[in-house]
Design a binder for this molecule. Structure first.
Ligand code: NAD
Length: 523
């Protein structure tokens, strides 16, 4: 196996002049933004294409770096990180013109001949702080949104995935405009120093406790933020689903990246009977996935460092292990592990596991499962395996979570027409696809009026001297009304008007001797 480095922080600047260096970098980026360079759509496309090339030209180097950081299998590095970013960029390039165009809105009658629209403008200087578990995806995907929306950005990868952080530090300046985008590596002291500067937007991915630190720092300048956090994502497994397919989908979502996925199902709630069926099926499928000894499998990642390794091992102690439970400290290896008959009061049920350990908590029924879920912080994702519509509806309406995925795990985040983000302790804000573009854009409301004297007459009701009569008329004009016309009415009207115009023109031509007869259907 590749030799792994402990979480050494990667520094560009010596500590003593860190603050002044950061201020210098930030000034440079602010100057670029002030000159409006990043606002041009052509420039944004050019930078996105350059980022795409970075991911294309350096696939091998990136795969190697993620192998060093997490023993991430090539398949996972390519599919979940490199190709994820390339696809993100493809989507942005396809839609950029459309998303950046003015979005016209409906308006009240007084503004009938004026225009109202939303103009998306970049915030300015953005700080992106990435996490280690998907070190490329979680650092570059927000950057794709920031570039597309026309911002300049400071990018801070996680120090716990130092190999990927170093590769990004080397590659980014070779592809992106250094006057607009600066990567700064480092750990807590560097991030703390960076957070002292003023930004126009902060995008953070990581744990909720650090999320609070980020929010406090942002408050100083009332900086808007997105917090992509984590927590325990529950899974309810109903009776009478196809247990083999369900089991495959659950185990894949749990053990991809050795369970170090923010939306990995954290624990299973199901009946005792389903628990037995699941365990029986799981041991079979796990040997299919990783062979008889998962330690020898090239498809299983490792725990990021010894601290996390120790934390996860402690969670297994005093639990009933029915599958796996093996660990090797030197390799930070923990085998895919399943715990049965777990109680809600057990230590493993306290905090997010973020490792390859899957506890099963037996429950009587759907109501008990819902009440357990609702007794905890609102999760980033909630999973339900059921074929019954009434159960699906019940979960949807009586639980709250960042996302809700029925009969699969994790894959919902690959759908970029869906917003990705948490609620409450699992985060605030959302991104992916158009949501990324909107996250990094200020939605400026625009009203453009004209000097039409008739409408000015209507609008003059607002001017003093005020009278009750003026007030009543104005209220009547502004009153919200349900649209009396069904959807599509304007198209029908235009179509009918088109036909009438054609008929009239023909009659005029016939009358003037231009044509001699009326073609079908008008004769
Ligand atoms: P981490 O240790 O890599 O920290 C994330 C970032 O925060 C790093 O860049 C780090 O330098 C910075 N940081 C850490 N401590 C700091 C401090 N005291 N002050 C300022 N900055 C600090 O990642 P982590 O927090 O271990 O990540 C794991 C957590 O992130 C889990 O809870 C997981 O669920 C969550 N997560 C969420 C998402 C999501 O998209 N919602 C994605 C991945 C991970």
């Amino acid at each position: 196996m590749t030799r792994r480095r402990e979480s050494a922080s990667v520094e560009i600047f010596p500590k003593q002049n860190m603050a002044s260096k950061y201020a210098e970098v930030i000034n440079k980026l602010r100057t670029t933004f002030k000159h409006g360079i990043t606002k041009s759509l052509e420039y944004r496309k050019q930078q996105l294409k350059a980022l795409y090339r970075l991911c294309k030209d350096n696939e091998e180097v990136l795969v190697r770096a993620m192998k060093e950081d997490l023993n991430k299998p090539k398949f996972e590095s390519v599919v979940c990180e490199i190709e994820f970013i390339r696809n993100d960029i493809r989507g942005m390039l396809i839609n950029l013109e459309k998303w950046a165009s003015p979005e016209y809105t409906s308006k009240h009658v007084v503004l009938m001949f004026d225009s109202t629209f939303i103009h998306r403008e970049p915030f300015g200087l953005v700080l992106i702080i990435g996490a280690w578990n998907y070190p490329l995806q979680l650092t570059l995907s927000p950057l794709v949104g920031a570039i597309a929306a026309g911002n300049v950005a400071v990018i801070k990868p996680s120090e716990l995935s130092p190999a990927t952080a170093r590769v990004l530090e080397d590659l980014l300046p070779l592809y992106l405009d250094q006057n607009s985008y600066a990567l700064i590596n480092g750990g807590v002291p560097e991030t703390t120093e960076l957070l002292k500067e003023q930004y126009d937007y902060i995008f953070y991915t990581g744990c909720p406790s650090v999320g609070k630190i980020i929010r406090n720092a942002a408050n100083k300048h009332l900086t808007p933020i997105t917090l992509e956090l984590g927590g325990k994502s529950p899974l309810y497994l109903d009776k009478r689903v196809n247990i083999e397919i369900a089991c495959r989908r659950i185990l894949w979502g749990k053990f991809i990246n050795a369970g170090q996925t923010c939306v990995a199902p954290d624990y299973i709630l199901c009946s005792e009977e389903t628990q037995e069926e699941f365990i029986h099926m799981a041991s079979k499928i796990l040997s299919e996935f990783f062979g008889e000894n998962p330690q020898n499998s090239s498809d299983l990642a490792r725990i990021v460092n010894k601290k996390h390794f120790q934390r996860i091992c402690n969670l297994i102690t005093n639990s009933t292990v029915v599958v796996g439970g093996d660990f090797v400290e030197e390799e930070c290896y923990i085998s895919p592990t399943i715990l049965k008959d777990v109680k809600i009061s057990d230590p493993v049920m306290e905090e997010e596991i973020f490792g390859p350990v899957l506890p099963i908590v037996p429950v009587k029924d759907v109501d008990e499962a819902i009440s357990i879920i609702n007794s905890k912080e609102r999760p980033l994702s909630l999973y339900l395996f059921s074929t019954k519509d009434e159960v699906i509806k019940k979960f949807l309406n009586s639980t709250s979570s960042g996302s809700f995925c029925v009969n699969d795990t994790v894959v919902h985040l690959s759908v970029d027409t869906l917003p990705f983000g948490g609620i409450g302790n699992s985060g605030m804000g959302r991104y992916h696809g158009k949501y990324s573009f909107d996250t990094f854009s200020h939605l400026k409301a625009v009203l453009k009026r004209n000097f039409n004297p008739v409408l000015e007459q209507l609008g003059s009701l607002r001017y003093p001297p005020y009278t009750d009569q003026k007030m009543n008329k104005l209220m009547m004009l502004l009153k919200k009304r349900r649209n009396p016309f069904p959807y599509g009415t304007p198209y029908v009207i235009v179509f009918v008007l088109g036909i009438i115009t054609a008929v009239v023109i023909r009659f005029i031509l016939i009358a003037s001797g231009g044509i001699k007869y009326l073609p079908y259907p008008f004769h």
